[in-house]
Design a binder for this molecule. Structure first.
Ligand SMILES: O=C(Nc1cc(-c2cc3c([nH]2)[C@]2(CCCNC2)CNC3=O)ccn1)c1cccc(C(F)(F)F)c1
Length: 321
C-alpha cells in the first residue's frame, strides 16, 4: 500500500520543521481534501529506511504508537525517498510539554507514574510483537494535544529491530539446540532488555528532572560516564529523592540492573502496583522535576544528547547493519 504518486498530489507540504530524526526530518503537511494537519517524515531510501517503515507500520495499529496515515515512495530533492505521513502530535515532546506546566500545579509522583504507565504500555505493545525500539528517550515520546487528557505515544523506529523469535523455535521441544551459542539465545532477548534500561533512565528523570548517568561539565558523553553506566553507578541524591516512594526507587533499581538477563521484562514491570494501580496507589507528592527542568533549560540539549549517546551505547555495534 505504498503510494508512488507525488505526496504533493494529496498533501500540501509546508517548510515548518517539527524535528530532525535519526533517519530523516519531520515537517508539517496538510491533507488537501480533509484539510487536517499531519506530520511528514522524509527518509532517504535505504534498507534501514525500509525496515523503519515496515516496523512502524506494523506497530502503528497499537494505541500508544504514533499512527501512520500514508506511505509514499517519491523522488525528493533528486533522492529516492520514503515519506511517512503520520498523525500530527500537537502536544509535542514529553519534556517540552512538562516545561510548560506552570509551577503552581507542581508535578507529582502520581503524574510521573501515569506517564510511565503510558510509555510502558507502548513498549509492551512492541515487545508483544517481538520488536525492540532501541532508542527510547523523552524526545521520541509525543502528546496528541495540549489538552489535560492528551495521550502519550511513541515514535521513531529508526533503530527498531525485530528480535526474531526464531531462536524460540530453535528451543521448541522437537528441536534440540545442540549448536546454538548462549549469546545467540540471550541476544534476541538482549534487544528488548535495552529498552528496559532506557525506561529506567526515563523514569528516574521524570521523578527528579536530571538523568542518573551524566558526565561532568555537561559533555555529551565521557569515559567517566561510560564507566558509571557499565557499573550501574548512580545515586538518589537526598535533596531531590527523600520524598519519593521506596516503591518508585525499587522499580528504577530493577530496570537499571547492569546484567541484562537479570533485568525484569516489560510484563513484570507493568504488574508492579506503582504502575498498574497508579491512580489510587501512588502518592501525589510534589516533585522538584519542573524546577530542575526549567533551570537546566540551556544544558538540556546536552543531557538529551547524553541519553542519545547512552541509547547508542546500549546497542551493540554488531547491530548497526
Ligand atoms: O512534533 C510535533 N509533532 C509530531 C512529531 C512527530 C515526530 C516523528 C519523529 C519525530 N517527531 C522526531 C523529531 C525529533 C525528536 N525526536 C522525534 C524524530 N523522529 C521521528 O520519527 C510525529 C508526529 N507529530 C509537534 C510539536 C509541537 C507542535 C506541533 C504542531 F503545532 F504542529 F501541532 C507538532
Amino acid at each position: 500500500e505504498t503510494k508512488r504518486n507525488a505526496v504533493t498530489d494529496d498533501y500540501e507540504v509546508r517548510n515548518e520543521v517539527l524535528g530532525i530524526g535519526i533517519n530523516g526530518k519531520v515537517l508539517t503537511c496538510f491533507h488537501r481534501q480533509r484539510l487536517h494537519k499531519c506530520a511528514l517524515k522524509i527518509i532517504p531510501d535505504s534498507a534501514k529506511a525500509r525496515r523503519e517503515v515496515i516496523l512502524h507500520k506494523k506497530a502503528s495499529v497499537y494505541p500508544n504508537i504514533v499512527r501512520i496515515l500514508d506511505i509514499y515512495e517519491n523522488k525528493h530533492s533528486n533522492q529516492q525517498s520514503l515519506l511517512i505521513v503520520m498523525e500530527c502530535m500537537e502536544g509535542g515532546e514529553l519534556f517540552n510539554r512538562m516545561k510548560r506546566i506552570d509551577h503552581k500545579s507542581s508535578f507529582t509522583e502520581r503524574q510521573a507514574a501515569g506517564i510511565m504507565h503510558s510509555i510502558c504500555k507502548a513498549v509492551s505493545q512492541l515487545h508483544s510483537m517481538n520488536v525492540a525500539h532501541r532508542d527510547l528517550k523523552p524526545e521520541n515520546l509525543l502528546f496528541t494535544s495540549n489538552e489535560e487528557e492528551a495521550e502519550l505515544k511513541l515514535t521513531d523506529f529508526g533503530f527498531a529491530k525485530e528480535c526474531s523469535d526464531s531462536i524460540k523455535n530453535l528451543t521448541t521441544p522437537c528441536y534440540t539446540p545442540y549448536y546454538v551459542a548462549p549469546e545467540v539465545l540471550s541476544k534476541q532477548s538482549y534487544d528488548k532488555t535495552c529498552d528496559i534500561w532506557s525506561l529506567g533512565v526515563i523514569m528516574y528523570m521524570l521523578l527528579c528532572g536530571y538523568p542518573p548517568f551524566y558526565s561532568k561539565h555537561s559533555l555529551p558523553i565521557s569515559p567517566g560516564m561510560k564507566t558509571k553506566i557499565r557499573a550501574g553507578e548512580y545515586e538518589f541524591p537526598e535533596e531531590d529523592w527523600c520524598m519519593v516512594s521506596d516503591e518508585a526507587k525499587n522499580l528504577i533499581q530493577a530496570m537499571l540492573t547492569v546484567e541484562s538477563e537479570k533485568r525484569p521484562n516489560i510484563e513484570t514491570i507493568l504488574k508492579s502496583s506503582w504502575l498498574s494501580e497508579f491512580t489510587t496507589h501512588v502518592p501525589k507528592t510534589p516533585l522538584n522535576t519542573l524546577h530542575v527542568l526549567m533551570e537546566e533549560l540551556e544544558q538540556w540539549d546536552d543531557v538529551e544528547a547524553a541519553i542519545c549517546e547512552t541509547n547508542k551505547y546500549n546497542r551493540m555495534p554488531s547491530d548497526e547493519e
